[in-house]
Design a protein around this ligand. Structure first.
Ligand SMILES: [Zn+2]
Length: 382
């Protein structure tokens, strides 16, 4: 029978150990903290990635994909990290080191540590289904809570976006809309209800959000976006824009402002049974004007009064926009940059079309010809 002490001694003899100064000299090393979550919360080494010992085998490849790159593993005293180093050796890691003395010695020697921000117990409960996903976790949830998103429109697309962004814990939501809730809205605009008929949509949406999640700070703008007010609104600091506008003058204004300010826009549009979603990330991908440099001539514009839309369609498209917004906020996944996603509700078919940035784009191209806002007059084909 082998005792714990004997096993530890044997393991330490078989692996590579480093003390703090030798480990610090190891340039480009990735630091892995193998302690438990409560230990990590009380402080960790700068730049370290948290992979608890119990999840080491299943999560290490995501945290350290290059098996030949140096890895410094640490725990509280250097024992758990010794076993962890042994495991990584067996998984084919060729430069895994265990830090002698662990976090305790590091801290005792006065070396730098980082105190992580943490969620309150209430927030940890509310967002537990996010926190359980390794790609989001507590860190990702903190990013969402730190994010400010501006919603253009509190109608069909804005409704699901407002509710899901609020539920996800986006810390600050701005809503721009000049309209009043009427009966024809209730077929699809789920943020509103009979209780709020006749009230401004921004106030109705704010009420719905506050009933759902008091963590969200809601800022309302009961106005139509124009060249006069767009800078004032954008000056209030938005990390990204979810565009649910139903008219092209607003889309062009949002586009031009977002390119000049470098704010990503999650774009969505709907018509009858068809929806479109994409992400315009300034200078990383195309913008709206790379697709449509100018508004369509009046004879090609859709009829405003006869447009019509299947009630659930904005729910689907607005939710896809929200998915993109959450990914951008948490910095995960592959955003729909340079990809236009088309949805056909009758066939239940998604089609993806590649869209390219245009050198000659009048706003984001190499020689922009549009350098100030244009208020297009909205018109409808009869
Ligand atoms: Zn462009």
């Amino acid at each position: 029978m082998t005792t714990y002490r004997e096993l530890l001694q044997r393991t330490r003899a078989e692996i590579n150990e480093l003390d703090a100064s030798a480990a610090q000299n190891l340039t480009d090393a990735r630091w892995i903290d193998v302690r438990e979550a409560d230990e990590w919360q009380e402080g960790h080494l700068p730049g370290a990635v948290h992979v608890p010992r119990g999840y080491l085998e299943s999560r290490i490849e995501a945290a350290a994909p290059d098996k030949s790159a140096p890895l410094v593993l640490y725990c509280a005293a250097g024992n758990r990290s010794a076993f962890a180093a042994k495991t990584l050796e067996e998984l084919g890691y060729t430069a895994a080191y265990s830090l002698v003395g662990g976090f305790t010695d590091w801290k005792r020697n006065g070396l730098e540590i980082v105190m992580p921000r943490t969620l309150s117990p209430e927030k940890r409960t509310r967002y537990s289904r996010h926190i359980l996903i390794p790609e989001i976790g507590e860190e990702g949830q903190l990013k969402l809570l730190d994010t400010s998103i501006l919603l253009i429109g509190a109608g069909g697309l804005g409704s699901p976006a407002a509710l899901y962004l609020a539920a996800a814990g986006i810390g600050r939501l701005g809503i721009v809309d000049a309209d009043i809730v009427d009966e024809t809205n209730l077929q699809r605009q789920i943020a509103h209800s009979l209780d709020t008929l006749g009230t401004p949509k921004v106030d109705s949406a704010k009420r719905a959000i506050e009933r759902l999640n008091p963590d969200v700070d809601v800022v309302t703008y009961r106005e139509r976006l124009t060249s006069e007010n767009i800078d004032r609104i954008l000056d209030e600091g938005w990390d990204l824009i979810v565009d649910g506008a139903d008219n092209f003058p607003t889309r062009y204004l949002v586009n031009d402002a977002s390119v000049w300010r470098g704010i990503p826009v999650v774009h969505g549009s709907i018509y009858r049974f068809e929806g479109q979603v994409t992400v315009f990330k300034p200078h990383d991908g195309p913008c709206y004007r790379c697709l449509f440099p100018e508004p369509p001539p009046p004879e090609l514009a859709p009829s405003c009064s006869e447009g019509g839309v299947l009630g659930v369609l904005p729910g689907i498209v607005g939710s896809l926009q929200t998915n993109e917004a959450i990914k951008l906020a948490a910095d995960i996944g592959e955003p729909l940059v340079g990809r236009l996603l088309l949805f056909d509700a009758l066939a239940t078919e998604f089609t993806e079309v590649k869209i390219e940035r245009r050198e000659d784009c009048p706003v984001c191209g190499t020689h922009p010809t549009i350098t100030e806002y244009i208020d297009y007059v909205e018109f409808c084909a009869r």
